[in-house]
Design a binder for this molecule. Structure first.
Ligand code: ADP
Ligand code: MG
Length: 162
């Protein structure tokens, strides 16, 4: 009898997690703003330092509410507000800084990089990028992607992948 030398089952996965094993896709329906905050809170509590979240969705989709939750999930006390006019906000949390970027009014990827590369490269921080699809080249390839779409009055569908 020829025996396979390849370990099977759990042993085959030990120390070697293929892409499909780590990839997750999740859809959450929310019915009010507080539920979108809660969805962000759940994700924020689970991400490690050095992570990035790429947020997409139209104006008023609920991206900033989601970021509010991310900050809360890391134990932050400040209420996140849109950094539309300042490009970047920083929130101090017990799990490290949360850097909140909003690319809505940014003119170029170069401008954003010049203003925020220290924060984006901080290994202790969590970087959250609203309107991430405006400059995809700025988004780290391993970023968790979260998209929020309107799904009727007060309802939003949030898809998280990565
Ligand atoms: P964005 O940052 O995507 O422009 P905001 O978070 O600033 O969006 O605002 C979302 C708006 O939509 C708020 O006025 C909020 O009250 C409203 N809203 C209604 N239903 C929801 C929901 N389920 N989740 C998030 N926001 C909602
Ligand atoms: Mg916003």
């Amino acid at each position: 009898m020829v025996k396979s030398r390849r370990p099977k089952g759990k042993r085959a996965l030990a120390g070697k997690r293929p892409q499909w094993y780590t990839c997750r896709l999740m859809t959450i329906m929310t019915n009010k703003p507080e539920e979108t905050v809660a969805a962000g809170r759940a994700l924020g509590a689970r991400l490690g330092p050095g992570s990035a979240v790429a947020l997409t969705g139209d104006l008023g989709a609920g991206k900033t509410h989601f970021v509010r939750g991310l900050v809360e999930g890391r134990g932050g006390k400040d209420q996140a507000t849109s950094p539309t006019y300042t490009l970047i906000h920083e929130y101090v949390t017990p799990l490290g800084p949360v850097y909140h970027l909003d690319l809505y009014r940014a003119q170029s990827a170069e401008e954003v990089w010049a203003a925020a590369h220290d924060e984006m490269e901080d290994p202790h921080g969590l970087v959250v990028i609203e309107w991430a699809d405006r400059f995809p080249g700025l988004v780290p390839s391993d970023a968790v992607k979260a998209s929020i779409v309107h799904a009727g009055e007060g309802r939003r569908e949030i898809t998280v992948s990565g």
